[in-house]
Design a protein around this ligand. Structure first.
Ligand SMILES: Cc1ncc(COP(=O)(O)O)c(C=O)c1O
Length: 444
């Protein structure tokens, strides 16, 4: 392990110098904690397809792919072409409505079956925050149920029950009243979900959940779990919100709701939707979305304030988003099965490679998404984020595996990441060969 740290440091002097400067002017040297890793992060200088290069010109096979945004890999030529045209038109940002936002809204409502109306914003965090506000405004109730391990961005409403231990706030600076109005429930436990929804029904504005839990290991909710939550929220009149910021347009053209067959009332979207540019969206049935409609509710106390950001509907995000969704729509029949097949092969090859080297590892995920775990107890089922955080060696995955793979030219996040259409069979073979070279070092 110390050898690989040394190799990494020898290969990356420019990154080290940049990080020393960064640390002096940014808390921790970064603006997103996930982007730091010891001893210091690599600084990117260019990217294409499945690869990026750092400022020392080292090449990396990239499975992080812009926080899982780049389903078509870095810089897809057709999106880059559209952005170049946009820049040539002089419309960098205007604050005036643009034609692309209309087409993007139409595409979202066409492809996400539960969506009839949509509002765009600049990030997934913002979209999740708005979805909660819509649920509260629509029901005139305060409480929100969320899942243990569910990350919905860093907004103050939902920063509870995200990380271990799940029974305390995940940040300083949150108010007691935020905590009082959030209830966390275990993932994939239909009985606990039904009981919590019934118990809090009269005060319950909504349930927010990822139908495929990203933080835990891209684990799909069981149909029983989804059906129980759908039925009980309907009974008590609470709004069911799916956070499909990772799964939307990635696991299927219609998102996890199309794949798993249970529809929410509201969906929050981001990542893939922006075609590589900043975006968030709240979409849902008209009668709920219209709680923010200024044409129907002229007095501000009768409507929910959703949107209003200077950069909302940024022309570049709308343009790249349209280009992305048009392409996905056209290629869906070929693209999603292909990504799922490569993903399946990759997950089993990862487990096999570790096993051949005497290391017990499990690789969870669905479709193009994968995450490697080192379980301390072989008996526990890895079907929810709670079990994964308590029975697997998270540090081993986050630090040791990451550093070893970085020294071999592979960039992973949480011991895995996301495939894109630009990851070739050669890329997969390269990754497995590198994994084979380092696997024995994962033995304690
Ligand atoms: C499931 C989920 N929800 C919300 C967010 C927040 O989105 P953003 O980072 O665009 O604010 C993320 C980001 O990783 C996410 O994975």
């Amino acid at each position: 392990m110390s050898d690989c740290k040394q190799t990494y440091q020898q290969k990356t002097p420019e990154s080290r110098a940049l990080y020393e400067r960064a640390e002096a002017v940014m808390p921790g040297g970064v603006c997103h904690n996930l982007r730091y890793h010891p001893p210091y992060p690599v600084y990117i200088s260019r990217a294409c397809g499945s690869r990026f290069w750092d400022v020392d010109d080292n090449e990396y096979l990239d499975f992080w792919q812009g926080h899982y945004s780049h389903i078509l890999g870095h810089s897809p030529p057709h999106i880059v072409g559209q952005i170049e045209k946009l820049l040539a038109s002089g419309v960098m940002h205007s604050g005036v409505v643009n034609p692309m936002e209309v087409e993007l809204a139409e595409l979202v409502c066409e492809l996400i079956s539960s969506a009839q109306k949509v509002r765009f914003c600049c990030s997934g965090t913002e979209a999740a925050m708005y979805a909660v506000r819509i649920a509260r405004a629509y029901t005139n109730r305060p409480k929100i149920i969320k899942i243990q391990g569910g990350w919905h961005g860093a907004g103050s409403d939902l920063l509870f029950g995200v990380f271990k231990p799940y029974d305390m706030p995940d940040s300083l600076g949150l108010l007691e009243k935020n905590a009082e109005n959030v209830i966390t429930i275990p993932f994939n436990d239909p009985q606990a979900a039904s009981a919590a929804i019934r118990k809090h029904g009269a005060e319950l504005a909504g349930v927010i959940m990822e139908p495929i839990a990203g933080g835990g290991g891209f684990i799909a909710a069981s149909i029983d779990f989804l059906a129980a939550i759908r039925e009980e929220t309907q009974k008590v009149g609470a709004v069911l919100i799916y956070d499909e910021i990772i799964s939307g347009f990635r696991v299927a053209l219609g998102g996890a709701q199309a794949l798993l067959g249970v529809e929410p009332d509201l969906t929050v979207l981001g990542k893939v939707l922006g075609g590589g540019w900043p975006i968030g969206a709240v979409a849902g049935q008209s009668h709920i979305m219209d709680i923010c409609n200024p044409l129907l509710h002229s007095n501000k106390w009768e409507r929910a304030m959703i949107g209003g950001g200077t950069f909302s509907c940024l022309p570049a995000s709308m343009t790249a988003g349209v280009s992305m969704l048009r392409y996905l729509k056209q290629q869906a029949a070929r693209l999603y099965p292909q990504l799922a097949e490569v993903g399946e092969t990759l997950r089993s090859k990862i487990e096999q490679t570790f096993a051949q080297n005497g290391v017990y590892a499990k690789c969870t995920g669905i479709g193009s998404l994968f995450m490697t775990h080192f379980p301390k107890d072989k008996q526990v089922k890895l079907d929810n984020p709670y079990a994964i955080s308590y029975v697997t060696d998270v540090d081993k995955r986050e630090v040791k595996l990451k550093t070893l793979l970085l020294s071999k030219g592979v960039y992973v996040m949480h011991g895995g990441g996301a495939l894109s259409s630009r990851h070739s069979h050669d890329d997969i073979d390269f990754f497995i060969a590198k994994l084979d070279e380092i696997a024995k070092q994962m033995i304690d």
